[in-house]
Every structure is written in C-alpha cells, then in structure tokens.
Design a protein around this ligand. Sequence first.
Ligand SMILES: NC(=O)C1=CN([C@@H]2O[C@H](COP(=O)(O)OP(=O)(O)OC[C@H]3O[C@@H](n4cnc5c(N)ncnc54)[C@H](OP(=O)(O)O)[C@@H]3O)[C@@H](O)[C@H]2O)[C@@H](O)CC1
Ligand SMILES: [K+]
Length: 200
Amino acid sequence: MTPVYTVAQMRAWEDAAVATGGSYAALMENAGARAAADLFSRFETAQRLLVLCGKGNNGGDGLVLARHWAEAGWPAAVCLLLGENLSPLSAANLANLPPSVQQLPPERLPESDVVVDAVFGTGYSGELPAAVAALMRQINRQSGCNVALDMPSGINSDHGHIAADSFCAQITYAFQAFKPAHKLPEVQAYCGDIVCLDIA
Ligand SMILES: NC(=O)C1=CN([C@@H]2O[C@H](COP(=O)(O)OP(=O)(O)OC[C@H]3O[C@@H](n4cnc5c(N)ncnc54)[C@H](OP(=O)(O)O)[C@@H]3O)[C@@H](O)[C@H]2O)[C@@H](O)CC1
Ligand SMILES: [K+]
C-alpha cells in the first residue's frame, strides 16, 4: 500500500535514500522523468508544454520534465515565476535545458496544451504571492490539461490549507508517498487524478 508521509517524514525518507547510496539529484531526475513518462503515455501526438517553476526543488522537478519533453521532440517552454535565484539542484537543471526549451517571462505565456505547476511543493505554506495568484486564476480558467507536481501550488502538504487561487489540476503526481493533504476531499478537488510515482 502506498504510504502517507508528512513533510518531515518525506525529508527523512529522502535523507535515508541518500545515506544508502542515492543522491538528491537522482531523486529529482526520477521525479521529473517519471512524471514525463506517465504524461507521454496519455497522449498520442506531440503536446505543447508550459512549465511554471518556483525557486525550490519542486521547480527543479519541472525543469527535468521540460528537458525530457524536449528530448522527445515535443515543444516545451518554461517560466521562472519567482526569478532566477534557484535552489542548487534546480539551477543545475536549468543549466541542463536544451536550447529548444524556450524560457519566457510571466507576461508573455503562450497557449499550451499541458501546463505543469512546479511552483511550490512540500516546502510551501501560507498564502500565494499576489503575482502567482493572478497567474493561477488565469490558468485555472483555461481549457488545457493542468498537471501539478507533488501538490497543487497553494495547498499545504501537511494540513491541507487551501490558499485563494490555488492551482487546479486534472492530474497530480505525488512523489514517493501521498502527503496528508492528498487524503482530504476538499484538496482532492484541486488535485484531480492523484498518481503516486516511485522516485527511488
Ligand atoms: N529534497 C529533495 O532532494 C527532493 C525534493 N523533491 C521536490 O522538491 C519539493 C520540495 O522542495 P523544497 O523543499 O525546495 O520546497 P518547494 O516546495 O520547492 O518550495 C520552497 C520555496 O518556496 C518558498 N515559499 C514557501 N511558501 C511560500 C509562500 N507562501 N510565498 C512565497 N514563497 C514561499 C520558499 O521560500 P523561503 O521560505 O525559503 O523563503 C522556498 O523558496 C517536493 O515537493 C518535490 O517536488 C523531489 O525532487 C525529490 C528530491
Ligand atoms: K506544485
């Protein structure tokens, strides 16, 4: 049975995986690559991807996903919503993006078939910054396929507080374990299908 891990338990699991021979970089690679692989299995033709990234490691998962998308020959763009001062793992994955992945400012985002929310994951709490909330409001009205990595941005993984204008997904990829918020019906309405991916 898939376990449910609090944020602290998830961090302990990551630390243990690294202590037994893994690496944080490999966990991030597996998260982004396996989310991409699941998405590829859902579409028969190339889809235009837009990945919205924050500064933390959730954004790094999104950058890995964008790289795999582009390597499959499918069009991909990323937007660094909170600037370029990224976590070290995310910065490494930004540097690894192939030139075919467009990097766009938030005010010039294209129509996309698949929008991936990699703004906030388990490191999030509180309310959304005003600019993020405004963009989420706009994207939540669009008709594309919305995908959240680990948790829709705006939702606290431990206790499930739902901020105004939280991202509304059709698919949420939970990494390694469900988080307590995934089990709450009011949060499930923002997650859509919740698919847990092994990232070991
Ligand atoms: N650890 C690993 O190796 C792996 C982790 N993985 C992935 O990483 C995710 C966790 O990553 P994470 O811990 O970096 O946190 P994340 O959710 O990206 O956000 C942190 C940023 O958000 C900010 N912030 C928070 N609240 C805010 C607010 N209200 N308004 C504004 N800002 C706010 C916060 O700012 P700060 O509080 O530091 O100022 C910080 O900059 C996890 O869900 C999974 O997807 C996988 O790749 C597997 C390997
Ligand atoms: K997210």
